[in-house]
Design a protein around this ligand. Structure first.
Ligand SMILES: *[C@@H]1O[C@H](CO)[C@@H](O)[C@H](O)[C@H]1NC(C)=O
Ligand SMILES: *[C@@H]1O[C@H](CO)[C@@H](O)[C@H](O)[C@H]1NC(C)=O
Length: 386
C-alpha cells in the first residue's frame, strides 16, 4: 500500500501548492494606489469602513472592505460601498440617519479600468461631480450605481461610452443639465435606467426607444420638458415607465397602450394635454396607471371589460368631461380609482368595481351624482342612463 500511496500524496501536495499560489494574483499596484486615493477623498468619521484598507494588509484583493478582484489578473472588478445595507458594519448605526460618509468621488476611480461594477450609494452626503473621465475610462462597466448622494453637475455627456452598462442608477442626487444624447444612442444593453429625483432639464431623448433591452425607465421628479417620445412604444421589454413630476407636455402617444409588457405607467404631475388614448384603458397589461395632475380633456374612453384589471387608475386633477363610461361597471377589478377634480357629469354606475370606493374618488366634478357621493341623482332618466 505505502509504495502506491506515496506518489499520490506527493501529487496532491503539488496540486494544492500550485492551486494556492494561483488562487489570486495579488492586487495590481496601480489599482491599490487608485483605491487609496478614492478613500482619501471620502470622509468616514463614524464607521471606520476603510480600516481593512491598510498597509499591513497590502493585497487589496484580500479582505479589503467592498473590493473584489479578478483572481487571474489581480485587477479590481467590483467596488461596492453602500450606505444602507444589512452589513453589520452599518447596522450598528441603524438606518443611516442623514448620512454616515461625506466627501467626493475621486477621479482616481477612472484608473480602476477593469471595474465591471461600481456602487457608491446611499451615503446622502457625498457631493461634487461625477468624475468626467469615468465613461471613457471604465469601458467594462456593467453596473453603475451612485444613488442617494448629493452629486452635482451634469451626467457626463459621453456616458454612452460605457456601452456595456446594464444598470445605470443615478437617482436621488442633485444632477443638472440634460439627459445626454449618447445615452440613448449607445447604451444599447441597458436594462435598468433610474435618473429619478434630480434636477435634470431639457427634453427626453427622442430615440430613447432604441434601448431595446430596457425594462425599467424611471425619470420622475426632474424638470424634463417637451413631448413624450413616440419611440418609447418600441420598447418590447419595458415593464415600468415613470415620468411623473416633470414638465412634459403634448399628447400621450396612443402606441403606449400597445406595449407588450408595460405594467406600470406613471405620467402624473406633468403638463400633458389632449385626450386619454383608449389604448391605455383597454390595455391588458397596464395595472397601474396614474395620469393625475395634467391637462387631459375629453371623455374617459368607454373601453373597459371583463379583462380590465387595475390596481391603480388615477385620472384625478384633469379636465375630463362627459359621463362615466358605462363599461367601467364590467371591469374585473379596480383597486384604487380616482376621478376626482375633473368636469365629469351624470350618475356613478352601481356595481362591484364601485362597491368599495369612497366619495373622495369622485369629489369635485361638475355634476356627478349617486352613491357614494352624498348628492342623489334627481332625474329618473339620469339613473337609467348610468
Ligand atoms: C488591517 O487590515 C486587516 C485585514 O482586515 C485587519 O485585520 C487589521 O486589523 C488592519 N490593521 C489596522 C491597523 O487597522
Ligand atoms: C398619482 O399621482 C398623484 C400626483 O403625483 C399622486 O398624488 C397620487 O398619490 C398618485 N396616485 C396613486 C394612487 O398613487
Amino acid at each position: 500500500m505505502a509504495p502506491l500511496l506515496a506518489p499520490l500524496f506527493l501529487l496532491l501536495l503539488l496540486l494544492s501548492a500550485t492551486s494556492s499560489s494561483s488562487s489570486g494574483s495579488s492586487c495590481s499596484p496601480s489599482d491599490r494606489a487608485a483605491l487609496l486615493s478614492v478613500r482619501s477623498s471620502l470622509v468616514d468619521p463614524y464607521l471606520s469602513l476603510f480600516s481593512s484598507w491598510n498597509s499591513s494588509n497590502p493585497d487589496c484583493c484580500r479582505s479589503w472592505y467592498g473590493v473584489a478582484c479578478d483572481p487571474s489578473t489581480g485587477r479590481v472588478v467590483d467596488l461596492s460601498l453602500r450606505g444602507e445595507s444589512t452589513d453589520p458594519i452599518l447596522t450598528r448605526f441603524g438606518r443611516s440617519s442623514g448620512g454616515l460618509m461625506s466627501g467626493s468621488l475621486s477621479p482616481s476611480l477612472c484608473a480602476l479600468s477593469s471595474l465591471t461594477s461600481l456602487v457608491i450609494a446611499d451615503w446622502k452626503q457625498i457631493s461634487g461631480p461625477i468624475p468626467s473621465c469615468l465613461p471613457s475610462s471604465l469601458r467594462s462597466l456593467r453596473h453603475l450605481d451612485l444613488v442617494g448622494n448629493r452629486l452635482t453637475g451634469p451626467i457626463p455627456p459621453d456616458v454612452g461610452a460605457m456601452s456595456s452598462l446594464r444598470v445605470l442608477n443615478l437617482a436621488d442626487n442633485l444632477l443638472t443639465g440634460p439627459i445626454p444624447s449618447s445615452l440613448s444612442a449607445r447604451l444599447l444593453d441597458l436594462r435598468h435606467l433610474d435618473l429619478s429625483n434630480n434636477r435634470l432639464t431639457g427634453p427626453l431623448p427622442w430615440d430613447l426607444g432604441s434601448l431595446r433591452m430596457l425594462s425599467r425607465a424611471l425619470l420622475s421628479r426632474n424638470q424634463l420638458s417637451g413631448p413624450l417620445p413616440p419611440s418609447l412604444s418600441d420598447l418590447n421589454r419595458l415593464a415600468d415607465l415613470d415620468l411623473s413630476s416633470n414638465q412634459l407636455s403634448g399628447a400621450i402617444p396612443a402606441a403606449y397602450g400597445s406595449m407588450p409588457v408595460l405594467s406600470t405607467l406613471n405620467l402624473d404631475c406633468n403638463r400633458l394635454s389632449g385626450p386619454i388614448p383608449a389604448t391605455l384603458l383597454a390595455s391588458r397589461g397596464i395595472g397601474i396607471l396614474n395620469l393625475s395632475r395634467n391637462a387631459l380633456e375629453g371623455a374617459v374612453p368607454d373601453v373597459f371589460g371583463q379583462r380590465s384589471y387595475f390596481m391603480v387608475l388615477d385620472l384625478s386633477h384633469n379636465s375630463l368631461s362627459g359621463r362615466l363610461p358605462a363599461t367601467l361597471r364590467s371591469a374585473a377589478y379596480i383597486g384604487h380609482l380616482d376621478l376626482s377634480h375633473n368636469r365629469l357629469c351624470g350618475p356613478i354606475p352601481a356595481g362591484s368595481p364601485f362597491d368599495h370606493l369612497e366619495a373622495a374618488s369622485f369629489a369635485d366634478n361638475d355634476c356627478l351624482c349617486g352613491a357614494p357621493l352624498p348628492k342623489p341623482c334627481r332625474a329618473a332618466g339620469e339613473q337609467q342612463l348610468g
